[in-house]
Design a protein around this ligand. Structure first.
Ligand code: FMN
Length: 394
């Protein structure tokens, strides 16, 4: 094995050691069974990623409360879930000495309307999106909810949790001055907007104990007019530095209508390494940077320059699940990113998601299909699962 820096281990503040500096970032793989439980195909895919060499794998959008789902292919982990299935998934992700963490999500205003209840820090009534404002008692209940899901994650064999505070979902909505217009202790200045996230971290930590990884994913900027900007994000990092988080993943962009289309518009990468170099002055926490990594040289440079302690990749590890192993063996492999002309909104993400379905043995070969066709397949599958979800959870 060639030591490229990528293959060196990392000890997190909680004492857990990750075997290398490559992570598969969270992806909402939409491979749940429609009732919130893992499927065989999903277990097989995580086993493949574990042998693919990344030290850290993160499952996207796992929910404690099915009302606030992102999509009906999400996992729901609570006391009445199929724990045997979750244990199988956890075991697959531990293979090859990898770490499998769950990203704990709450879609907030972006909760999937056919099955969910959109809520946010403040009420919204936009043509494309509307939601109710959360009450103070609802906010007070949230940290305990995340904490219980995290406790269960540990009990079922997962290696850590990540709190999703990026991309425009609930915790990210609270951070954003565009979506958080509250006049109480949870809205206004930076310290107030980050308060809920800090409370969630504290209660999650109390539930899982001192030796279990608790991470967060944070936007460097929302890419929305009036949204979270870099200055505020850096100030939030100073506050988060005082918490017990083990790893801060930096990302950016939002799924809110009108947000910059990070994946579609930013063709070259990496996107956020300049921000993470600034972030170093605000926090001593280990940093993971995700977004736009395509080559081994880019990943090595991010580590060598100090921009990151871990490099996260999503699309590259869809295109080549064995990429970290190849890189660490010194192979000159580079994923071939497809170019999508005229992709409709959501089409590119749908294409990558359907590629995961292909690997999991529950979708057609997608290499020759257009983003538009992938979106049709993806939407159709979600529509088919609405009934299952509502039968199970309503
Ligand atoms: C199919 C797909 C699903 C994604 N789902 C999630 C998710 O559930 N949670 C999350 O934090 N990010 C999600 N992302 C964003 C990625 O984690 C990552 O931040 C983004 O794709 C940029 O990294 P990349 O350039 O390596 O793809 C998703 C990305 C893709 C392509």
């Amino acid at each position: 094995m060639t030591d490229t820096g990528l293959s060196s281990s990392l000890t997190l503040p909680c004492g857990v050691v990750l075997k290398n500096r490559c992570a598969k970032s969270a992806m909402s793989d939409s491979l749940g069974d429609g009732r919130g439980n893992p499927t065989d195909g999903q277990v097989a895919l995580y086993s493949r990623w574990a042998y693919g060499g990344a030290g850290l794998l993160i499952v996207g959008e796992v929910h404690g409360d099915p009302q606030y789902l992102e999509k009906p292919g999400n996992l729901v982990m609570r006391s009445d879930s199929d724990h045997r299935r979750f244990r199988e998934l956890a075991a697959a992700g531990r293979e090859n000495n990898a770490h499998l963490w769950l990203q704990l999500g709450h879609a907030g205003a972006l909760a999937y309307p056919p099955c969910g209840r959109p809520v946010g820090p403040s009420a919204l009534d936009l043509p494309e999106l509307s939601c109710d404002a959360m009450t103070l008692p609802e906010i007070a209940n949230l940290p305990g909810f995340f904490a219980e899901t995290a406790r269960l994650a540990r009990e079922l064999g997962f290696g850590g949790v990540q709190l999703h505070a990026a991309h425009g979902f609930l915790l990210s909505q609270f951070l954003s001055p565009r979506f958080n217009l509250r006049g109480d202790a949870y809205g206004g200045g930076v310290a107030n907007r980050v308060r809920l996230l800090v409370e969630v971290i504290e209660q999650v930590r109390a539930a899982v104990g001192p030796d279990f990884p608790v991470a967060i994913k944070l936007n460097s900027s929302d890419g929305i007019e009036g949204g979270l900007g870099a200055e505020d994000a850096l100030q939030m990092l100073r506050i988060l530095d005082q918490t017990s988080v083990d790893l801060i993943e930096i990302s950016g962009g939002s799924y809110f209508p009108g947000a910059q289309k990070q994946l579609a518009q930013r063709r070259s990468g990496p996107y956020f390494t300049e921000f993470t170099l600034d972030a170093r002055n605000c926090t001593e926490k280990p940093l993971m940077v995700t977004g736009g990594f395509k080559t081994r040289e880019q990943a090595e440079l991010a580590l060598e320059s100090g921009a990151a302690d871990i490099v996260g990749m999503a699309r590259a590890l869809v295109l080549n699940p064995e990429l970290p192993q190849d890189w660490m063996e010194g192979k000159a492999v580079q994923p071939e990113f497809p170019v999508f002309s005229e992709a409709p909104e959501g089409g590119v993400t749908a294409w990558y998601t359907m590629k995961l379905a292909e690997y999991a043995g529950c979708g057609p070969r997608v290499d020759t299909i257009l983003a538009r066709q992938a979106l049709e397949l993806y939407d159709q599958r979600d529509q088919d699962r609405v009934r299952l979800w509502n039968e199970r959870f309503l």
